[in-house]
Design a protein around this ligand. Structure first.
Ligand SMILES: [Zn+2]
Length: 291
């Protein structure tokens, strides 16, 4: 699809790109021309031209909502930087890595397809969609939900952090996972990749913290309960870890001290989704504590 190139379409002017390429060589802004083109349905087609000079394929994200345009550029920067340092990306396939923030405790996963454009300028683009989704699935909601969750953690202002988490959950509320999902997590250094991809766990937890920081403890407890209901095995491991190692006497600690995970699941999980709760060695439940 051909499109006009205007100041609105381009992320950076040629002069700005040149400055980045000369003086900030590790910044992906200078690696390519980034185009953002409005489609007939009001969403945006964000794509690159010129990454091949960096031995990377040009890429696109389709169906980007108006408020996600800037984040789409950030996601493309992250994927390009990851592909450049971690693994050459030359053909379509799966890609997994840390694309959004170095501090995030999950990896993100996408599938890449050769995009169906006929024109010479866009004929070699690879389309980024959520992992295991078809090319026609369009906007990668889970990827952007995880991107917002990762960035929200770095946001010092709790009101902005709350807004980012709520947008993340609106894009992808997450599923209620099977009762033993995440049962093998290491409590001191958990890899939340699977729980984030399927349940958007990180957004619930960070949103709870943002609400606590604004004095809205009751709402915050509600989102911690949502996190537990989505990922009960994680809840059990995390509660055990908090009770053993957490040094604060704050609302976060009180929540976990009082949390009855079975009761939360019975109340919040959809019917017929309970199954058997995982038995975890060394986990002291509420009944054990009362004994
Ligand atoms: Zn273009």
């Amino acid at each position: 699809m051909q499109h006009p190139i205007t100041p609105e379409t381009r992320l950076a002017t040629p002069a700005s790109r040149l400055m980045h390429a000369m003086f900030r060589r590790r910044d992906p802004v200078g690696w390519a021309d980034y185009h953002c083109v409005e489609d007939a349905d009001g969403t945006f087609w964000v794509h690159t031209h010129g990454l091949r000079r960096r031995h990377l394929p040009d890429m696109e994200i389709a169906g980007v909502p108006h408020d996600m345009r800037g984040h789409a550029h950030q996601v493309l920067f992250g994927i390009a930087a990851h592909a450049r340092t971690e693994r050459p990306l030359s053909a379509h396939g799966e890609l997994e890595g840390v694309f959004s923030a170095p501090s995030q405790n999950f990896r993100q996963a996408v599938t890449l397809y050769r995009a169906p454009h006929e024109d010479a300028a866009h004929g070699a683009l690879l389309r980024i969609v959520d992992r295991d989704q078809p090319m026609e699935s369009g906007f990668p909601r889970r990827l952007f939900a995880s991107h917002l969750a990762a960035w929200a953690e770095l946001q010092p202002d709790p009101a902005r952090r709350e807004a980012m988490c709520r947008r993340s959950l609106a894009l992808f509320p997450g599923f209620f996972l099977e009762m033993n999902a995440g049962a093998g997590l290491r409590p001191d250094d958990p890899d939340l990749t699977d729980l984030q991809f399927r349940a958007n766990l990180s957004a619930c937890i960070t949103l709870a913290g943002a609400l606590f920081d604004q004095g809205r403890a009751r709402e915050g407890f509600g989102y911690l309960e949502q996190a537990v209901a989505r990922c009960p095995a994680w809840g059990r491991i995390h509660r055990d870890h908090i009770l053993r190692h957490y040094r604060g006497e704050d609302r976060y600690y009180y929540f976990w001290r009082e949390a009855d995970i079975t009761e939360i699941c019975l109340r919040l999980r959809p019917a017929n989704s309970m199954g058997m709760a995982p038995a975890l060695a060394g986990t002291a439940g509420p009944d054990a504590r009362r004994a």
